[in-house]
Design a protein around this ligand. Structure first.
Ligand SMILES: [Zn+2]
Length: 265
């Protein structure tokens, strides 16, 4: 049994949205983006500030409209830099394994964490397809343009039969993008689609894509741990140091592949 699954996003959305009312904002509005841009903490991390008070400000701005939208809106926790954007449920039925992860994340200790728990649950269109980010994924692009995140993370899920395609040595030759690294519990780590990486992010941004094994509780649990770590990460360099320490083999290979594909970081 998989309690993380949401049986019907349309019917559960209202109650979920109300229960998780902290800082929920719909991506249709720009209020949150503006308030984040104007936030006292921006560009001045030394300024002392009670983050709980700021958090309450967002709480106050919670808009009951969010219950009436036909999909999950964006949530924004915290304020100031760095800005991290985590996205799940990007296509097809992947939301079943990934959306719940983002719904349970708590605010970061520093900076901003923006979440898009569900992008689309209709037809599967690969993020390697040039039409993905201008079509069903355009709310991601809109969020990136508004928030300018330093850290961007996509959470996908895969069927075991596709493991070789994702993590096999020949991925670069066959598919044209670097292979995923196998971390633990079936969780794979790679970069995001070149269609979004090259167009919307400077080199120093940290862009990651996780792939969870479909239907695996262990995979979800491990991915949740990784997201807890990344939501506190400040920069690409800090993440590289973390990976070198915790996953040295994967880090080495990922960096070689990455440099081969994107050029030196
Ligand atoms: Zn996917």
């Amino acid at each position: 049994m998989n309690t993380d699954r949401i049986e019907n996003s349309k019917t559960t959305e209202n109650s979920e949205a109300i229960e998780n009312s902290e800082a929920i904002e719909n991506s249709e509005t720009t209020e949150n983006f503006e308030s984040m841009e104007n936030s006292k903490g921006k560009g001045n991390s030394k300024e002392k500030e009670n983050s709980e008070d700021s958090f309450s400000d967002y709480h106050e701005s919670v808009d009951t409209r969010s219950g009436s939208y036909p999909d999950f809106g964006m949530r924004i926790y915290g304020h100031g830099r760095p800005v991290r954007l985590f996205v799940a449920g990007l296509h097809g039925d992947e939301w079943k394994d990934t959306t719940g992860l983002l719904k349970r994340i708590k605010p970061p200790k520093t900076g901003t964490l923006a979440l898009i728990p569900l992008v689309d649950c209709g037809k599967y269109i690969s993020t390697l397809n040039p039409d993905y980010y201008s079509g069903i994924g355009k709310k991601i692009v809109r969020a990136i343009e508004e928030l300018k995140p330093e850290i961007y993370v996509e959470i996908h899920s895969y069927s075991s039969k596709n493991l070789e395609k994702l993590a096999g040595k020949n991925r670069l030759e066959l598919i044209g993008v670097p292979a995923y690294s196998i971390l633990k519990e079936g969780v794979l780590l790679g970069s995001v689609s070149p269609w979004i990486r090259r167009k919307y992010f400077p080199k120093e941004s940290l862009c990651l894509s996780f792939e969870l094994l479909k239907g695996s509780l262990e995979s979800r649990k491990f991915a949740a741990c990784m997201l807890e770590i990344i939501k506190e990460i400040q920069s690409l360099d800090e993440f590289i140091e973390y990976m070198k320490k915790e996953f040295p083999v994967q880090a080495k290979r990922a960096m070689e592949d990455y440099q081969r594909f994107y050029g030196k970081i």
